[in-house]
Write a protein that binds this ligand. Structure first.
Ligand SMILES: Cc1cc2nc3c(=O)[nH]c(=O)nc-3n(C[C@H](O)[C@H](O)[C@H](O)COP(=O)(O)OP(=O)(O)OC[C@H]3O[C@@H](n4cnc5c(N)ncnc54)[C@H](O)[C@@H]3O)c2cc1C
Length: 213
């Protein structure tokens, strides 16, 4: 773990924060870092949402009120010290085959990193329960246009589809079988979407998952 400094912190939706910190190493879109607030606790893992060539590194995090790290991070100010690992991971985009990106909640983070690094998806499904949780929506809409689909499973009536990402997928008659499907979010969603894709004829090896636990 390497000592690092907070550059900025912003609450972009209730209990959801964008934390910007120094960039000490080269990074690939899809990488994660391990973070600790001090040496007394086990580091937690976070996906980077910033692009490969950006000056700073950034994460989008969920405040777990009873958690160890996120309440500490939520109170940080520019100049405060964090401990951050070298970026690593295998949830990396490909150029050889077209990609579909499927995320719920803060699981959108690695897809923001991919977009900011110049990668594109044929389709991006983002599931959330509130319109305010479609993070980075302006950036995605600008590049992906109608292929960016906000699946709103809540009641505030803002989105492109009203229901869960699994409902949207279930309704599709055919899915492109040669595409790579990138799934990111909580375990339950990733497992449900994976099973659904396989039932719809997508080969297992075309499904790449990153689980937030
Ligand atoms: C590859 C990967 C990437 C990730 N990327 C992101 C990301 O980009 N953004 C993001 O917000 N999250 C991400 N996560 C999830 C994040 O790492 C966890 O939510 C992390 O545990 C939060 O740390 P914390 O110290 O705040 O909470 P923790 O102290 O780890 O607690 C997390 C939750 O678990 C509960 N808990 C703790 N101990 C126990 C126990 N013994 N029994 C039952 N429940 C318990 C707590 O009450 C709390 O609700 C990622 C995880 C992985 C694996």
């Amino acid at each position: 773990m390497f000592e690092n400094k907070v550059v900025n912190i912003e609450e972009i939706a209730t209990g959801k924060f964008l934390l910007t910190f120094e960039k000490q190493f080269d990074v690939k879109a899809g990488h994660v870092v391990a973070i600790a607030a001090d040496e007394s606790h086990q580091p937690r893992i976070y996906s980077l949402c910033s692009g490969e060539t950006e000056k700073f590194m950034q994460i989008l995090f969920d405040l777990k009120l009873d958690g160890v790290l996120s309440p500490k991070m939520a109170k940080m100010k520019p100049g405060d010290v964090l401990f951050v690992s070298k970026p690593y991971g295998s949830f990396l985009p490909e150029n050889e085959s077209a990609m579909w990106w499927i995320a719920t909640g803060t699981g959108i983070a690695p897809f923001s990193a991919m977009l900011q690094s110049g990668y594109k998806a044929d389709k991006l499904l983002h599931g959330a329960r509130k319109a305010s949780n479609f993070y980075f929506e302006r950036d995605f809409k600008l590049v992906l246009k109608d292929n960016y689909i906000r699946c709103n499973s809540g009641k505030d009536g803002l989105g492109d589809y009203f229901g869960r990402v699994t409902d949207w997928i279930e309704k599709q008659e055919k899915l492109p079988v040669a595409n790579k499907y990138y799934l990111c979010g909580r375990a339950l969603m990733v497992v449900e979407v994976r099973d659904l894709l396989i039932a719809k004829g997508i080969p297992y090896e075309n499904i790449v998952s990153e689980i937030f636990f």
